[in-house]
Design a protein around this ligand. Structure first.
Ligand code: KG4
Ligand code: ZN
Length: 341
């Protein structure tokens, strides 16, 4: 029997709704919030208000584009966390309202598991490559950097995580000190293409196991700029491309180093990446190259599934729905990963 899921994502600054039939994507609508650009970062209070304004038109559009009416939806999957509480609250409350109005179940989704399960979505006209279980997923976003061992759609174990900044945060913070617009990741990615990645050397972390750290790199980047600008006020402008290329190269090498070790030690060679930073061209090239050398099968998400989207939430919701894992009406957002089951 076909199962039609409406997915809702509102954890940060993108309001998104998607319709999925089994694992085939019928629509995926994303309203990005431009309001944060002038502040150089996401302002939680403004994000909640924008979600409140966007949610109904975004859901309406997603249903229309899918050619589905509200009465044809079997369940609503929503992001319960982690994320900004006020933003999550909009999606959670919307899901409750629709669940009561249509008498259909709600399924809560862990946003990070959603990113990982985006690898199982197919398009109406095209099957996408899916990893086999177990696989390792390098999950790299603005808030999280993890190596996750995925044994099934509902069984995942974090085997490495950042002890300070996330990879996306490292991109965004370094971009900010260079005076680049928010979010800095995509801007650095673009500038890096024109630069020499060997031009500068920045500090690399020494952390045990599969854990990551990016705060030392950030500090060393900052000191390099400070010392250089003291003698040459135009330094950043002149060397922007080289700075971006070297920074990106360092971040990618840090990410790959632990991933390679995790693959060696677990013997798992199906390797996926997910999350906003998985759009990064240096990381994508680096994973493919490492995979070629080590006999991995590598899985890079389509660009539309890298940053926050509701397709991945609907996908994760589909698997939970099939297990009968429904949420009750007293469910509330969980800002932190630790609060989620
Ligand atoms: O997954 P995501 O959309 O939101 C979170 O759940 O955090 O990730 C957003 C992050 C931001 O830090 C942004 O700078 C980064 O993904 N990002 C990139 C690129 N595109 C987005 N970082 C590096 N290169 C990119 N091309
Ligand atoms: Zn995300």
């Amino acid at each position: 029997m076909d199962i039609t899921i409406l997915g809702i994502e509102s954890s940060c600054d993108d309001t998104s709704a998607a319709v999925l039939r089994n694992n085939v994507l019928l629509s995926n609508v994303i309203a990005s919030q431009a309001v944060h650009v002038k502040y150089g970062g996401v302002i939680p209070e403004l994000a909640s208000r924008a979600h409140q304004q966007n949610i109904i038109p975004v859901v309406d559009t997603a249903l229309r584009e899918a050619g589905v009416t509200a009465s044809q939806i079997d369940a609503i999957a929503f992001t319960r966390g982690p994320g900004l509480v006020g933003s999550l609250l909009v999606g959670v409350s919307f899901a409750k309202g629709l669940s009561i109005a249509r008498n259909i179940p709600m399924v809560e989704v862990n946003h990070l598991q959603g990113h990982i399960l985006s690898h199982f979505v197919d398009l109406p006209d095209r099957q996408l490559p899916h990893p086999d279980f177990p696989f390792l997923c390098l999950l790299v976003s603005g808030g999280h950097t993890q190596i996750v061992r995925v044994d099934s759609p509902l069984e995942m174990r974090i085997i490495g995580t950042t002890i300070d900044d996330a990879a996306g945060e490292a991109f965004d913070k370094c971009a900010k000190v260079m005076g680049l617009p928010y979010p800095g990741g995509p801007v650095i990615d673009k500038l890096a293409r024109e630069g020499d990645r060997e031009a500068f050397r920045f500090a690399r972390p020494r952390v045990e196991g599969y854990d990551y750290s990016f705060s030392g790199l950030k500090t060393s980047f900052l000191y390099t700029l400070r010392d250089a600008v003291a003698g040459d006020p135009d330094f950043i402008e002149r060397r922007k491309a080289d700075l971006c290329a070297s920074l990106q190269h360092t971040i990618v090498e840090i990410l790959l180093d632990k991933l390679v070790r995790a693959s060696k030690q677990t013997g798992i060679r199906d390797i996926a990446i997910a999350g906003g930073v998985s759009a990064n061209s240096g990381l994508r090239d680096g994973i493919v190259e490492a995979g070629r050398r080590r006999g991995w099968r590598t899985f890079l998400p389509e660009f539309k599934f890298t940053t926050d989207n509701a397709a991945m939430i609907a996908m994760a919701g589909y698997y939970r729905y099939r297990q009968g894992e429904f949420s009750s009406l007293d469910v509330s957002p969980a800002a932190r990963l630790e609060e989620l089951a």
